[in-house]
Design a protein around this ligand. Structure first.
Ligand SMILES: NC(=O)c1ccc[n+]([C@@H]2O[C@H](COP(=O)([O-])OP(=O)(O)OC[C@H]3O[C@@H](n4cnc5c(N)ncnc54)[C@H](OP(=O)(O)O)[C@@H]3O)[C@@H](O)[C@H]2O)c1
Length: 339
C-alpha cells in the first residue's frame, strides 16, 4: 500500500563531539505536491557520508550548515511517483539530493536519470557516484600516481579508499591500504587487491606501515588525519603528493588535537622534500571530469578491475545509528540506507 505520509529525519540539536540519537528527530508530515517542471520522488536509497557531520555543526565550511529543524542533507536514489517534467515519468529512477526523507519534490532539471539495467541503483551513491568520483578526481588530478610508485590510503575498505587503491593499481602503482581490524584488512587485500594492508589499531602501526612501504610513500591520499597521519608523515619521498580529501578521525573532535605542535616539522618537510599538499572538494572537478569518470569507472567495473562493497541498512529510522557508527568505522563498505 502506498505510504500516505512523508517520513523524515531532521536535525533536532547540534552535537558536541560524537553525535547522539537525540540530535536527530523523526517526523511524519504531508507528502508534497510537484509544480510545473518538478517531480515527486519516493526515496529508495539514501547515502550516508562523513561530510554530514560537518553540516550538523556551525563551524565555517565549504557548505552551509543544516539548520535546526531542517531535514538532514544527503544524496538519494528516488523513484518517480508523479511527474510534471517532460523527461520523467512514473517508475523512472533518478539521482537526487533529497536528504533523509521518504518523499521529496525535486526540479527535473537537477536530476540525473538512472537505468537500473546498466548498474545496480545503489552504485550511483557509491562507486559510480560521489565517493567513487572523489577517489578518481583527487587521485588522478592531484596524486598523479606513476608506475612503480607507492600510493597509501586509509579508510581503505570504504568507497573512497577502496577506489583510490584500485585506481592506483590500474595506473601501475603499488597500493598500500590502512584500515581498522583484521576482517577489513583481509577484505582489502583479497577482494580489492591491494599489495599490502596495515591495521591502524595495531600498536605497531608505525613500524608495520614502514615495512609495508620499503621504498617510501610517493602519494598519500589523506582520508583520516589523526594518528594515521603521524605514521605516514615520516615516510614521504621527495616530491610526494598529498591530496587532502578528508579528516574523518577529527570530525567529532572537541578540543585541541593532542600531542606536540606538528606544524614546524611539517613545514620543514614540505620544504626539504618538495611536498605538494592540496586539499580539494570533489565538486571542483565535477563538471570537467564527471562524464569521463562515469564512463571509465563503468568500464573498470565491467572488466573486474574495480570491485566495490556496500553496507546496506534497512529503514530510515535506523539512519542516525548507522551514521554515528560510520564516524567510528562500524560500517564495512559504502553505507546506504534502503527505504
Ligand atoms: N573532499 C571531498 O570532496 C570528499 C568527498 C567524499 C568523501 N570525502 C572524505 O573521504 C573520506 C572517506 O569517505 P568515505 O565515504 O569513503 O567513508 P568510509 O570509508 O565509508 O567511512 C569512514 C571510515 O573512516 C575510518 N575512520 C573513522 N575514524 C577513524 C580514525 N580515528 N582513524 C582512522 N580511520 C578512521 C573508518 O574506517 P576503518 O574501520 O578503516 O578505520 C570508517 O569506516 C572521509 O574523510 C570523507 O569525509 C571527501
Amino acid at each position: 500500500m502506498p505510504q500516505s505520509e512523508n517520513l523524515r529525519i531532521v536535525l533536532a540539536s547540534r552535537p558536541e563531539g560524537r553525535p547522539k540519537p537525540e540530535n536527530f528527530r523523526l517526523e511524519h508530515v504531508a507528502i508534497p505536491a510537484p509544480s510545473d517542471g518538478e517531480v515527486l520522488l519516493a526515496t529508495r536509497y539514501l547515502s550516508l557520508d562523513p561530510y554530514m557531520r560537518g553540516r550538523m555543526s556551525t563551524a565555517k565550511s565549504y557548505a552551509a550548515s543544516t539548520e535546526i529543524g531542517e531535514v538532514m542533507t544527503g544524496g538519494t536514489v528516488g523513484e518517480v511517483l508523479e511527474s510534471r517534467h517532460p523527461d520523467f515519468k512514473p517508475g523512472d529512477f533518478a539521482l537526487s539530493h533529497s536528504g533523509w526523507q521518504s518523499h521529496a519534490v525535486a526540479k527535473g532539471a537537477e536530476l540525473r536519470k538512472l537505468d537500473p539495467s546498466t548498474a545496480p541503483l545503489t552504485t550511483a551513491l557509491g562507486v559510480l557516484g560521489m565517493p567513487g568520483f572523489t577517489a578518481y578526481a583527487g587521485l588522478l588530478t592531484i596524486g598523479q600516481p606513476k608506475p612503480g610508485e607507492t600510493v597509501v590510503v586509509a579508510a581503505a575498505s570504504g568507497p573512497v579508499g577502496s577506489a583510490v587503491g584500485q585506481i592506483a593499481r590500474i595506473k601501475g602503482a603499488r597500493a598500500v591500504g590502512i584500515t581498522g581490524g583484521p576482517e577489513k584488512c583481509a577484505y582489502v587485500r583479497e577482494n580489492f587487491g591491494f599489495d599490502a594492508v596495515v591495521d591502524h589499531r595495531d600498536p605497531d602501526l608505525v613500524a608495520k606501515l614502514a615495512a609495508a612501504c620499503p621504498n617510501g610513500i610517493d602519494v598519500y591520499f589523506e582520508n583520516v588525519g589523526g594518528h594515521v597521519w603521524d605514521a605516514v608523515f615520516p615516510l614521504f619521498n621527495m616530491f610526494a603528493r598529498i591530496p587532502v580529501c578528508g579528516l574523518v578521525a577529527q570530525y567529532n573532535a572537541t578540543g585541541e588535537f593532542p600531542g606536540p605542535d606538528r606544524l614546524p616539522v611539517l613545514m620543514r618537510q614540505v620544504l626539504s622534500k618538495s611536498l605538494t599538499i592540496r586539499g580539494f572538494i570533489q565538486r571542483e572537478f565535477a563538471e570537467a571530469q564527471g562524464p569521463v569518470f562515469r564512463q571509465e569507472m563503468a568500464g573498470w567495473i565491467t572488466d573486474g578491475a574495480v570491485k566495490y562493497k556496500e553496507d546496506i541498512v534497512e529503514g530510515l529510522q535506523n539512519a542516525p545509528e548507522a551514521f554515528i557508527g560510520l564516524l567510528e568505522g562500524k560500517n564495512f563498505g559504502k553505507l546506504v540506507v534502503k527505504l
